[in-house]
Design a binder for this molecule. Structure first.
Ligand code: SF4
Length: 390
């Protein structure tokens, strides 16, 4: 892109996608390959750095707000790779004084020493994908570790990091409310300051999706979904956790700043195969996605071609819809003032009228300044957004 088309992206969040896992979990549709070869890791290290450098060159950025290593399984990355990426960013860009640098970790992919190295090179928040502390659940979810290893990993993380999250998957027929309670209690007893509870979803193309279609596993009923959702909230609220997003709970000041950037519709750059971005060029907001096919991503970098699979301008109406899809997930909701400063009345008024209609049905809580879903509305978020924008 020419220099005159550079546009201010303000504070930027950066997502780095590490595309390897030890093995593929049967419910997962993220881009990841089961590989563990040092040659491949070294090659991807060089290419990630190149992708990062060339992608950032296009942007005029005032400072870096957050960095997130996701994947895949970024706890498989060599600490030197993480260090090189962070050094590149901090040497060439201004970073916020309280920058959050997160890394997702899978139990059984790190030792105490490795975890210490990860911290020493600059990672200051760890997101541990435990999923469950119970053997039967881990087996069902196709995880590569048992409850003993999950416990050991949790202990290591709590001893080394002060800012961390335990991530759980819930909501399958073999899991009872008591099983869920034991997981949450374990996290609370560890003193964990942030807990994510994601309901199991059945994504097309995954082995779990096929099992669901063949009737080998069943989804929760709507009533069960509500029961689990309410149970998590009531349980964690008793321990001072605030549900700041549909699936995320935090003690005060431990919210994930990086994920808040997505939900608040701030600009972010995604680097690595399949990574998404929302960026501004020439005063226009774009949705961008890197090649999901790792060979295409690699060859475009070797040939100095664009690494983007697509790069589309988002029209005002599309941006408004994205703001609602993301912002209604948050308990804080969406600021009416910022909507009014960004969108014309022609676009905004019909949506606000529909919100008034839904408020009468108790799905929204609208104040002078914010639009938020009620608890009832949170449980029906997808159909609410569909009603607003169709
Ligand atoms: S470890 Fe995570 S990214 Fe890798 S396959 Fe399992 S769920 Fe997907």
């Amino acid at each position: 892109m020419e220099s005159e088309s550079k546009t201010q992206n303000g504070d930027l969040s950066i997502y780095i996608h590490w595309p390897f896992c030890k093995s593929k979990c049967p419910y997962c549709d993220f881009m990841s390959i089961s590989k563990n070869s040092s040659e491949e890791f070294d090659e991807v290290e060089i290419l990630l750095l190149k992708d990062l450098e060339t992608s950032l060159q296009e942007l005029d950025v005032s400072s870096i707000r957050t960095i997130f290593f996701g994947g895949g399984t970024p706890s498989l990355m060599n600490a030197k790779t993480i260090s090189k990426i962070l050094n590149f960013i901090t040497k060439n860009y201004k970073t916020n004084s309280n920058i959050e640098i997160s890394l997702e970790a899978n139990p059984a992919t790190f030792s105490k020493e490795k975890l210490k190295e990860i911290k020493e090179v600059g990672v200051n928040r760890l997101s541990l994908g435990i999923q469950s502390f119970q053997d039967k659940d881990l087996k069902f979810l196709g995880r590569i570790y048992n409850s003993e290893q999950a416990l050991k990993a949790a202990e290591m993380v709590t001893n080394i990091f002060s800012n961390y999250s335990f991530d759980f998957i819930y909501g399958y027929q073999s899991q009872s409310i008591d099983d869920l309670k034991n997981n949450l209690l374990m996290a609370v007893n560890f003193g964990c300051p942030h807990i994510s509870c994601y309901q199991l979803t059945f994504e097309e193309g995954t082995p779990f999706f096929r099992l669901l279609q063949n009737g080998k596993i069943r989804q929760l009923t709507e009533a069960q979904e509500i029961e689990f959702f309410r149970y998590i909230q009531d349980f964690l609220e008793r321990f001072s956790f605030n549900r700041y997003e549909i699936s995320n709970y935090a003690l005060k000041n431990f919210e994930s700043k990086h994920n808040l950037a997505y939900w608040r519709y701030q600009n972010y750059l995604g680097v690595g195969p399949s990574a998404h971005s929302r960026l501004v060029f020439n005063n226009q907001k774009y949705e961008l996605k890197k090649f999901s096919d790792i060979d295409k991503w690699k060859s475009s970098l070797y040939r100095n071609l664009s690494t983007y699979e697509y790069r589309n301008i988002l029209m005002d109406y599309e941006q408004l819809e994205e703001i609602f899809v993301m912002g209604l997930r948050l308990s804080e909701g969406i600021s009416i003032k910022s909507l009014k400063s960004r969108f014309s009345n022609d676009i905004l008024d019909p949506i606000l009228k529909r919100i008034d209609l839904l408020s009468k049905e108790n799905l929204f809580k609208k104040s002078e300044s914010q639009i938020k879903l009620s608890e009832n509305g949170m449980l029906k978020q997808d159909s609410v957004v569909e009603f607003l924008f169709n």
